[in-house]
Each structure stands twice: as structure tokens, then as C-alpha cells.
Ligand binder design. Structure first.
Ligand code: NDP
Length: 249
């Protein structure tokens, strides 16, 4: 049976992605910040299992990585979008959306079978076009995860001292976290090529979830179908997709 581990699967797009994959006969592991919520969600999906995983808690990541689970697809879906914009918002957003996702990927990659896949749930708000120069060129060129991390540190420091706009950074920590997640996707696709693990990013479109808000044009099943299409993508690696079609970084 094919197994997917989905982070942030107790509500929104993560939960619906789990339901759509389970409907295809997949075993889904719902990895959620609160174990009780993971269990409640798993009870609504046949054969689903629940695990605790908080992207901001390295101990919870390490504990999950120690379990003898075999994963075909790791779906990094969990993320936050905070109100406002200051250094603390930038720090927390980067900590969860970028560094937390990278920590989960690093810890669980040994559990992903060779020939499997890692899917980063990203956003069109992280397209390179949201960045000004020199940030845009530097993010586009980042060739290692250390470079991506250094850019993230730089953003937080620049927001704190009020120089981020000069560096080409937009006043949206969420956008930057996703642009750097996309940069990580390009790097990790190369890192895992030797194990034939495909690494792709996907945008679900603008969806009516707690994060997307009520004005979003898409319903949750439509957004999740975009994620599932990336999960089922048979060949590509190092790509960015929406609704099963490649989109520009
Ligand atoms: P929701 O706010 O509905 O759900 C977010 C999920 O992430 C929740 O399960 C939440 O858990 C979990 N989460 C947040 N922080 C952590 C953490 N530290 N550790 C573990 N889990 C955490 O968001 P969506 O379903 O809309 O978003 C899912 C993904 O889709 C995100 O990556 C988002 O950026 C992306 N996306 C969404 C768009 C939209 O319009 N909705 C557009 C583009 C991209 P808890 O319930 O415990 O808070």
C-alpha cells in the first residue's frame, strides 16, 4: 500500500489532501501539532493513522523520525500566515514555514523510500516576481540549503533594522518564506536525485481555508486536487506546479 505522511493534516488543505489520497486506497499518516486533533481527523478517514509533529518543536520531529515508518511521499503542508509585519513576525514565519519544513524533511528523508517523493506545499505568493533585486537574483541563484538559511537570517535582520526594502525583500514574511521554500525545493531535488526521490513544490491556488480566508475563489477540494496532482506527478523533479501543470518560479 502506498503511504503518505502529511504535515498539518488536521484541517484545511492537509486534511482534504489526506482524504483524497485515502480515497485512492493510500495509507495516510496525519502528522499534526496536537495529537488529539490528529486522532480526531484520522477517525474520519479509513485506515488513517495519527502522529504528533510540531514544526517548531525539534523533539517532536526527532521522535517521529525514530519511528520505523516507511513513507512513499512526504507532503510538507503545514504553515502559518501571521497578521502584520515586523522582525518577530518574520522570525516566526521563517521558523515554521521554512526552517521547520526543512527540519522535518531532513529528519524524515531516511524514512522516504528510494524512488518516492517529497512535495512542498508552497504558494504563488512565493514566486520570484514578488521579490525585488538584489533579493530576487540571490534567491534564484541559491545553490545550497546553507545559502537559503543565510538569506532567511538576512531577511529577519533586515526587517529588524528597517533595511529590508533596500535589499529587495517585500513586506510579507509569508511570501519570503515560500520563495525560500521554493529555492530549497530546487536544491533538494538535486540532493535526493541519487535516491531517485522527486522533490517538487505545488501551489494549491487561493483557497477558502482558515489561512486563505473567506474571499478566496477556490473551495478546499479544488485546492487539494492541485496538491494531489503534484503528489501523483510521475517524472518531474525540481518543479513548481499548480493544477498539474508547471508554473514559473
Ligand atoms: P490552515 O491554516 O487551514 O491549516 C494549516 C495547518 O498547518 C493546520 O493543520 C495547522 O495546525 C498546521 N500548522 C501550523 N503550524 C504548525 C506547526 N508549527 N506544526 C505543525 N503543524 C502546524 O491552512 P491551509 O490549509 O490553507 O494551508 C495549507 C498549506 O497550503 C500551507 O502550506 C499554505 O501556505 C498553503 N497555501 C494555502 C493557500 C490558501 O489560499 N489557503 C494558498 C497557497 C498556499 P493547527 O490546527 O494545530 O494550527
Amino acid at each position: 500500500m502506498t503511504t503518505a505522511l502529511i504535515t498539518g493534516a488536521n484541517r484545511g488543505l492537509g486534511l482534504e489532501t489526506a482524504k483524497q489520497l485515502a480515497a485512492r486506497g493510500w495509507h495516510v499518516i496525519l502528522a499534526c501539532r496536537e495529537l488529539s486533533r490528529a486522532r480526531e481527523a484520522a477517525a474520519t478517514i479509513e485506515g488513517a493513522t495519527a502522529r504528533r509533529l510540531d514544526l517548531g518543536d525539534p523533539a517532536s520531529i526527532a521522535a517521529l523520525a525514530r519511528e520505523a515508518i516507511e513513507i512513499d511521499v512526504l507532503i510538507n503542508n503545514a504553515a502559518i500566515a501571521m497578521r502584520g509585519f515586523d522582525a518577530e513576525v518574520a522570525r516566526q514565519t521563517i521558523a515554521v514555514n521554512l526552517l521547520g519544513t526543512l527540519a522535518v524533511t531532513d529528519a524524515l528523508a531516511p524514512r522516504v523510500r528510494d524512488g518516492g517523493a517529497i512535495v512542498m506545499v508552497s504558494s504563488g505568493m512565493g514566486e520570484l516576481s514578488v521579490l525585488g533585486n538584489p533579493a530576487r537574483e540571490r534567491v534564484a541563484r541559491a545553490a545550497t540549503i546553507d545559502e537559503v538559511r543565510a538569506l532567511a537570517d538576512e531577511l529577519v535582520a533586515a526587517v529588524a533594522n528597517g533595511t529590508h526594502e533596500r535589499g529587495g525583500w517585500p513586506s510579507s514574511a509569508y511570501s519570503v518564506s515560500k520563495a525560500l521554500l521554493n529555492a530549497s525545493t530546487r536544491v533538494l531535488a538535486q540532493t535526493f536525485a541519487a535516491r531517485k526521490i522527486r522533490v517538487n513544490a505545488v501551489c494549491p491556488g487561493w483557497v477558502r481555508t482558515d489561512l486563505g480566508g473567506r474571499s478566496a475563489p477556490r473551495d478546499i477540494p479544488t485546492g487539494a486536487r492541485s496538491i494531489v496532482a503534484a503528489v501523483l506527478e510521475p517524472r518531474a523533479t525540481g518543479g513548481f506546479f499548480r493544477d498539474g501543470a508547471p508554473i514559473a518560479w
